[in-house]
Design a protein around this ligand. Structure first.
Ligand code: SF4
Length: 377
């Protein structure tokens, strides 16, 4: 089977994005974070002289925007590079290429002083609520450390602020003198949230903050994050591997595969009209809370390719049930397709032919297996 490939050979992601405009921009145009063609590569060294033998392309040309006071969900399988994106934005990992502007400031070109000030405005909540808290420090010291380091408060004033933060996050101020091991997983994550809030940030990168928690606790933490966003006008970059978690939490969603964004749209649009086969496969794994409804899960064959030597063309083609010859040769770029909202962009050669139920029926009703893998041609 052959199909016309609409993309010129040799077109780079940067030129394609330039020709199609920003990956997503809020309707109000109030963008707080602007990421353009971000690349983070890690060298693999070998031999006595540690020569660079190859590069792990963890993040390979990612562009997106985050609207002020809103949440962008960044979703994908483990190892797709989403955590690396979050850490590169905070300059915890050096970027290989690309630009990141936070409220107009070019993060990668900031000197030490301005970067320190900017770090007060951008905080992170880590995935592991156990490993991210120093077991030798009391909760009061963990939450209040940033206040001391940034010379914002000391002594009684610092304790007062820490007490307020703990209360706000659903823990009593009396927890201040206790140690992390005395708390449950959900309570430890609340401590992590209180620490992230200590400097009164504008934006928080939530790096899979609920993936290590029980389902009942997950909803408590998500509700807390949602309440804090409303109360404090926070902006979130919410990293998760599960589309169900971000469904009711994000305003916009970007789906990553092997270091690239393959689909980006408003949350409502991506759940209503998923275009990329990978997004459809992720959505098919979301449980439906109704015993009378079933839908067939799309089980992707093959292995996730290595980011050291990604496949040519569309990196998803070895696992894609809709792959055609063009997919093996030409790299698809994020672009708008027929029947999509203006902010909906998909990197797939066949997106115009693919409907929301091409791989799986999301609206099925009576317990019948209705998933299908029809060929849209
Ligand atoms: Fe599948 Fe081809 Fe689309 Fe890639 S470009 S997702 S291989 S149909």
């Amino acid at each position: 089977m052959t199909a016309f490939c609409p993309y010129p050979i040799g077109m780079t992601s940067a030129t394609m994005q330039a020709s199609t405009g920003p990956a997503t921009t809020g309707p109000d145009g109030d963008t707080i974070l602007e990421v353009r063609d971000l690349k983070t590569y890690f060298p693999i060294r070998r031999g006595v002289l540690s020569h660079i033998h190859a590069w792990v392309k963890a993040v390979d040309g990612v562009s997106f925007s985050v609207r002020r006071g809103k949440t962008l969900g960044l979703v994908g399988e483990s190892g797709c590079g989403k955590t690396t994106v979050g850490r590169t934005l905070l300059r915890l990992i050096p970027a290989t290429a690309g630009t990141v502007h936070f409220d107009g400031a070019d993060i990668f070109n900031l000197a030490r002083g301005p970067l320190r000030s900017l770090r007060r405005r951008m905080q992170i909540i880590f995935q592991d609520p156990v490993g991210s808290l120093n077991p030798r420090m009391t909760v009061g010291h963990i939450v209040g450390e940033a206040l001391t380091v940034h010379r914002i408060a000391r002594g009684a004033e610092r304790n007062r602020r820490v007490g307020d933060l703990l209360e706000r996050c659903g823990l009593g101020a009396s927890c201040m003198n206790r140690y992390p091991h005395e708390f449950s997983g959900g309570q430890r994550q609340r401590i992590g949230i209180a620490r992230a809030l200590a400097l009164n940030p504008d934006m928080i990168i939530c790096d899979e903050p609920v993936s290590a928690l029980d389902v009942s606790i997950q909803s408590q933490i998500l509700n807390l994050l949602s309440d804090l966003q409303e109360e404090m006008g926070l902006t979130y970059l919410f990293i998760a591997h599960n589309l169900a978690v971000v469904e009711h939490f994000s305003n916009d969603v970007a789906v990553m595969y092997l270091g690239k964004i393959v689909e980006i749209a408003s949350a409502e649009e991506i759940y209503r009209n998923p275009k990329h086969p990978y997004t459809q496969a992720l959505l098919s794994a979301v449980p439906v809370p109704d015993p009378t409804r079933q839908r067939t899960q799309v089980v992707l064959g093959g292995e996730v390719p290595s980011p050291i030597d990604p496949p040519p063309g569309c990196a998803f083609h070895p696992r894609c049930p809709l792959a055609i010859e063009c997919c093996r040769q030409e790299l698809p770029f994020l672009t708008q397709h027929a029947g999509c909202t203006p902010d909906h962009r998909t990197a797939c050669h066949r997106a115009d032919e693919i409907g929301p139920t091409t791989l799986v029926d999301h609206s099925c009703g009576t317990g019948e297996q209705t998933g299908k893998r029809e060929d849209p041609t």
